[in-house]
Design a protein around this ligand. Structure first.
Ligand SMILES: *Cc1c(COP(=O)(O)O)cnc(C)c1O
Length: 362
């Protein structure tokens, strides 16, 4: 069964990346591994716009999301919530026994910087979680405006998830003052799942040093200590590191600005196509994600039927809505390696599949 994913993660992986993974193993304490690890640091630091080290965690993004809470929350964390992933972060904080405040917005609305200021002003917080691009609703918050507010509160360590926006547009960690910036392999980097990539400020490491219950697997100080020797705390997923190296080479060859422009252009192409069909964007257009589009199913299309035709006749798969938005929205990714040609093929297939898909009785 072979088909191509246009869901917002995991996304399609190129043959070049798959080939890069198929290499003999090296020992993770060998000089060959150290050379591999160190060779990708400059490229990663450039993409993170940071002077801080970039760590590699063999886990999905949630490992580092949970681990970050264990490393930096001593008093209370404020969780900014506007969709499935950001809502879940509050639940995770509570499961860890952390004191947590909820700052809730409607799904499809961005995180409002003024509301962040009002809540942090209440006092008592020493950390904040924020998702830049809420993948469940295709909503991108104004990270620069929110970080400007967070910087007014020097005790507050910021943990920012850019799982589905990293490398789609510039996210300038040091300039924005982000303490923990994290992403995952299977979204915009177009790698298979299994690797989380993150960078931690000295401030956040200092906080971690004051906490005695931060565990082992995601301990920032373990990552730092091993990083200094060009290694990871435990045996990492070496094939994905080969893949990451290959991807950094792809990004350098394309030019990162060209990459950002390509994502913005393809995002617009998909959006224009849907608007011409009569669909509406689910979030406010000003906050529509550049990595994917989440459209309202305002034309009442039978989305499972649409995807069935799309998959069986065209070998393509889009997403029929996440969680409580299932059936009410659909999402199309333009992350990773997509080009004008591949997006054009998708839209042509969608035209044809839509023509044979029934509408639901309203
Ligand atoms: C996909 C996604 C996650 C979860 O990532 P896992 O790799 O499944 O842990 C978290 N946050 C956002 C914004 C995502 O899109």
């Amino acid at each position: 069964m072979s088909y191509k994913l246009f869901i917002p993660g995991p996304i399609a992986v190129s043959d070049k990346t798959l080939r890069a993974m198929a290499q003999p193993m090296v020992g993770h304490r060998s000089t060959d591994f150290v050379a591999l690890y160190q060779s990708i640091q400059p490229g990663l630091q450039a993409l993170f716009y940071t002077k801080d080290p970039v760590y590699l965690s063999t886990s999905s993004a949630w490992g580092v999301m949970e681990g970050s809470l264990r490393n930096v929350v001593a008093k209370k964390v404020l969780c900014c919530m506007n969709g499935a992933f950001s809502d879940k972060w509050l639940d995770v904080a509570q499961r860890l026994g952390k004191s947590a405040g909820a700052l809730k917005f409607e799904w499809g609305q961005p995180v409002d910087p003024a509301a962040v200021r009002a809540e942090l002003s209440q006092g008592g917080y020493d950390a904040i979680t924020l998702i830049h691009n809420e993948t469940s609703t295709g909503t991108m918050s104004d990270l620069a405006a929110i970080m400007q507010v967070v910087r007014e509160f020097p005790d507050v360590i910021s943990i920012v998830d850019t799982v589905s926006s990293f490398s789609v547009l510039p996210i300038k960690k040091d300039e924005l003052g982000i303490d923990v910036l994290l992403t995952g392999s299977q979204k915009a980097l177009a790698l298979p799942p299994g690797l989380a990539i993150f960078s931690v400020s000295a401030r956040a490491r200092q906080r971690a040093a004051t906490l005695s219950d931060r565990g082992y697997y995601f301990d920032f100080l373990e990552f730092q200590k091993n990083h200094e020797n060009g290694m990871t705390p435990s045996t990492p997923v070496i094939p994905l590191i080969y893949a990451l190296k290959s991807k950094l080479e792809d990004i350098a060859a394309e030019g990162v600005e060209n990459r950002y422009n390509r994502h913005a252009r393809l995002n617009r192409t998909v959006r224009d196509w849907a608007f011409a069909k009569g669909f509406k964007l689910f979030p406010d257009e000003a906050y529509g994600s550049l990595a994917l589009n989440c459209f309202a199913n305002n034309l009442n299309i039978d989305l499972p039927a649409l995807n069935k035709v799309l998959k069986s006749k065209h070998g393509l798969v889009i997403d029929g809505g996440y969680g409580k938005l299932k059936g009410k929205t659909f999402r199309i990714s333009n992350m990773g390696d997509e080009t004008d040609e591949t997006i054009a093929e998708l839209l042509k297939a969608l035209d044809s599949a839509l023509a044979e898909t029934p509408k639901l009785a309203s």
